[in-house]
Design a binder for this molecule. Structure first.
Ligand SMILES: CC(C)(COP(=O)(O)OP(=O)(O)OC[C@H]1O[C@@H](n2cnc3c(N)ncnc32)[C@H](O)[C@@H]1O)[C@@H](O)C(=O)NCCC(=O)NCCS
Ligand SMILES: Nc1ncnc2c1ncn2[C@@H]1O[C@H](COP(=O)(O)OP(=O)(O)OP(=O)(O)O)[C@@H](O)[C@H]1O
Length: 252
């Protein structure tokens, strides 16, 4: 099974791409934002830790029904970088566990391809487990405009805080195998999605071979090893400035 990591800055269009892949290409999507919401439901371990740590820092941390007040928590952590790290440390192990459980489920069901929709794919090093990575990008002005339309109560400052807490677009582009440029219409985006799907969809033969334990293991090990080696070389290239020469490759 080919695991495809899908990422992108806030509001660049990940969910729009995921929805299209699920509805028009019949590809299952594991949505990290959705999982991150589930693991902080009242009663969960992560919820208890968040309440304990943030209760003295944030007024109205909880809604009347006991759920986290996500708007207030978001406002706080995206303007307090250390507390964002703490929130990530609390939530990410549970998110990662659920992602792996979901991947196992789709593997057992015999899917050829699964999408891992994760905003922090590279930051959390989940790209290690992906055969292919795709980033959805768009210009900053368009990103802010779309976010304002989607969430009118969010101020420009709050939006910028979130964008600034994420990996830069250049870095994302450098790390990704494919880029979806989402500056135009949805039709233009959908056309790029079709192109990428045609390029990456593994053959039935490859998928079947991977169900033989030895081939499956070799294939998974090769993906992880190639990522580790690439990360090592990438770090060396970055030091010598070579990375700048690699820009602008793979737009779908
Ligand atoms: C801070 C929280 C409560 C804000 O909730 P809210 O409902 O306002 O936003 P939502 O969860 O829908 O996320 C919207 C977008 O914000 C960005 N974002 C969310 N968490 C993070 C983070 N830790 N770092 C950087 N960007 C983030 C992503 O682009 C995401 O798509 C929430 O995002 C959260 O709990 N984040 C920590 C868990 C996490 O890292 N989630 C991302 C998936 S792993
Ligand atoms: N090409 C487009 N034209 C017009 N609107 C778009 C386009 N692509 C996405 N949008 C809109 O922009 C907003 C952000 O898109 P989307 O929710 O897919 O982004 P996202 O990357 O998943 O965001 P988040 O990081 O918050 O999860 C949505 O309201 C969506 O409908």
């Amino acid at each position: 099974m080919l695991v495809v990591g899908l990422t992108g800055g806030i509001g660049c269009g990940k969910s729009t791409v995921s929805k299209r892949l699920a509805e028009n290409h019949d590809i299952p999507v594991i949505d990290a934002d959705k999982i991150a919401r589930e693991v902080v439901e009242p009663g969960q371990d992560a919820y208890n830790k968040i309440v304990k740590y943030f209760t003295d820092k944030i007024d109205y941390l909880l809604l009347d029904d006991g759920h986290l007040n996500r708007a207030e928590l978001g406002k706080w952590v995206f303007s307090h970088p250390n507390d964002l790290k703490i929130l990530n440390n609390i939530t990410h192990p549970a998110v990662r566990y659920s992602i792996f459980k979901n991947m196992g489920y789709y593997y057992v069901k015999g899917y050829r391809l699964v999408i891992l929709d994760v905003p922090l794919l590279f930051e959390a090093k989940l790209d290690m487990f992906c055969g292919v990575t795709i980033s959805v990008i768009c210009e900053r002005d368009i990103q802010i405009e779309r976010l304002k339309i989607r969430n009118p109560v969010m101020t420009t400052e709050e939006i910028e805080n979130r964008i600034n807490s994420q990996m830069s677009m250049d870095e994302r582009v450098k790390k990704s195998d494919y880029i979806l440029q989402n500056n135009g219409t949805l039709t233009e985006l959908y056309e790029q999605i079709n192109n990428v799907v045609m390029k990456i969809k593994p053959s039935l033969m490859r998928t079947s071979i991977e169900y033989f334990p030895l081939f499956g293991l070799v294939s998974a090990t090769a993906i992880v090893l190639s990522k580790v080696i690439y990360a090592k070389f990438d770090a060396n290239f970055s030091e010598s400035g070579e990375n700048d020469k690699k820009k602008g490759k793979k737009v779908a």
